[in-house]
Design a protein around this ligand. Sequence first.
Ligand code: NAD
Length: 337
Amino acid sequence: MDDELKVLVVGCGAMSNKWLGVAEKELRIVGLVDIQRENAERRAKEYGIRNERVFEDLDAALKSTRPDMVFDCTVPEAHYEVTMKALSAGCHVLSEKPLADSMEHAKEMVDKARRTGKLYAVMQNRRYLATAPATTEFINSGVIGDITTINVDFYMGAHFKGFRTEMKHPLLLDMAIHTFDQARQLTAADPLEVYCKAFNPKNSWYAGNASAMCVFQMTNDIVFNYRGSWCSEGYITPWAGSWRIIGTRGTVLWAEGTPRAEVVDYEEDGLRCRMKERKPDKPPLKVTGHEACIKEFIECVGRGGRPQTVGEDNIKSLAMVFGAIESAEAGHPVSIV
Ligand SMILES: NC(=O)c1ccc[n+]([C@@H]2O[C@H](COP(=O)([O-])OP(=O)(O)OC[C@H]3O[C@@H](n4cnc5c(N)ncnc54)[C@H](O)[C@@H]3O)[C@@H](O)[C@H]2O)c1
């Protein structure tokens, strides 16, 4: 009996290479879909997939290949249509971030997954950075006491071509979702309110706002402060950003590598203190990024369970993005429900 799970990959642009590399090891790739046929044909050639398995039309591909799951690697504006069609066809869906291009679409997609009983999750590969789980556990061990404040800087001079250059809020919609989701991973706190100033610096090569500063009020009395830019030249930060997490007894610094904490150690009279350095015990992940997220999803499809980036939870990270955009456009703080 053939018990290999079948996957249809939709969207064969830049990111699809990462997905196909994992898919060819773990699943049977039954088809490739792209509205620009030449993109799908190029990937088909690279991955030894026969030409009759290449489609321009998703409906035809779903009908012909009957996959167990769909990997959606299309641009953000297409995620709604692809996911809704795939769920309707009885497929599980793992989609590239961001979940959707609007909260209305996102709610419909999450609701559709609930009604069809299919698994629907989103690629948030930063959760699977080698030291992200160790950093989360380190913070949750209470090493710095209760978290009060998180500051993250993300500064890149990214000279992209393609869909980002035309988006109204390329930083917030396409990139900040990673950092917002990671803040939720690290703290287990959820957003309540945001004030955002989004702007486009005069040297920017983007049509929309390439820079933003956001202050979120999170649950558990945490204030999360995000500063970022896609068009900042010089002294760039790591892709995952540069993090300062402040607690009642100390501070954790993290920037993709091993996090470190400086923790206050009070003397008995409570007046003098000295600082001690601490590092986490948990080892880094061996399988990371896209591969780890895709494998977790496949495991949950096969054996049951909920991946950590399941749509009904990930929609809270997306709400941070749309809350920030709404606040930037309104010019005042907005609540996030
Ligand atoms: N997780 C990450 O680290 C990461 C990094 C970069 C991009 N992304 C995300 O990956 C997604 C794709 O980005 P990319 O850089 O590969 O973009 P891309 O433009 O290189 O590729 C997108 C492909 O989707 C195709 N497409 C568009 N609409 C379609 C539709 N309705 N049906 C079928 N195909 C369609 C396009 O023709 C194109 O080939 C985006 O959502 C982006 O935000 C994620």
